[in-house]
Design a protein around this ligand. Structure first.
Ligand SMILES: Cc1cc2nc3c(=O)[nH]c(=O)nc-3n(C[C@H](O)[C@H](O)[C@H](O)COP(=O)(O)O)c2cc1C
Length: 220
């Protein structure tokens, strides 16, 4: 696939076939992500690739925490508020997503079931956790973002679907304990990966993107 086509056709997937991903394909996409640009070649990224029994055990643990509304311990706390325009977009996204998959806004049980799917990694057979040294700051988070997008695009080029998750890493302490990752590390996101389930309604949602003229100023 042409690189631009690959970029334009990427989307988040939230339902997967159970088929495991071949290890050599995971390795191939990780190697591609390692080619991302980075601040003075510092390459802050570290990752855990979790599959099989360990994936199932971790999902079970997280699901239990989430069901009991256990207090969060995120390494990167979510913003407490957003500028009005972004807040609007965020709310529209939430409402449109519910509508697409047929969950009513008032249906609290349906919304809770949807939230909990995050902790089942949306059924993906493989989940990647991205982290970096805890002493690092904003420029390294910038680098981690570049790495993440390259990873997603490389996966997409091999027919592998993915979704970035911040909701899961709200339980950073518990995840790091489970994976024996040092408490000094900053856990950023989890990324479930797998072959997309073709018929799943959860995969039919498309986010609305800003048009270039809404965010571009030309000079000269
Ligand atoms: C930092 C970050 C955190 C996200 N966290 C979640 C999450 O916890 N659960 C989820 O289902 N999607 C999550 N997403 C996916 C976004 O909802 C999705 O990327 C956005 O709606 C745009 O849709 P698209 O990826 O299909 O273009 C996250 C994305 C990013 C970049």
């Amino acid at each position: 696939m042409d690189a631009l086509e690959n970029i334009k056709s990427r989307q988040s997937y939230r339902a997967f076939k159970p088929d495991p991903l071949p290890r050599e394909v995971i390795q191939e996409i990780i190697e591609a992500a390692g080619n991302s640009p980075t601040y003075m070649s510092t390459q802050p990224w570290e990752m855990a690739v979790v599959t099989g029994k360990r994936r199932d055990q971790l999902s079970e643990k997280l699901l239990e925490l989430a069901k009991n509304n256990a207090p969060f311990s995120p390494d990167v706390p979510p913003p407490s508020s957003w500028p009005a325009e972004l807040d609007q977009r965020k709310n529209d996204h939430g409402a449109r997503r519910l509508k697409t998959i047929g969950v009513e806004r008032e249906d609290e049980e349906g919304r809770e079931a949807l939230r909990l799917l995050n902790f089942e990694f949306y059924g993906a057979p493989c989940v990647i956790f991205l982290y970096m040294d805890g002493s690092l700051g904003e420029w390294s988070i910038f680098d981690m973002g570049l790495f993440t997008q390259t990873l997603l695009l490389a996966a997409h080029a091999r027919g592998i679907g993915s979704v970035i998750q911040a909701s899961v890493t709200h339980y950073a302490k518990e995840i790091k304990d489970f994976l024996n990752i040092s408490g000094d590390k900053k856990l950023l996101v989890s990324i479930p990966m797998g072959y997309p389930a073709p018929e799943a309604v959860l995969n039919t949602y498309r986010s609305i993107k800003k048009k270039p003229e809404e965010f571009t100023t030309w000079y000269g």
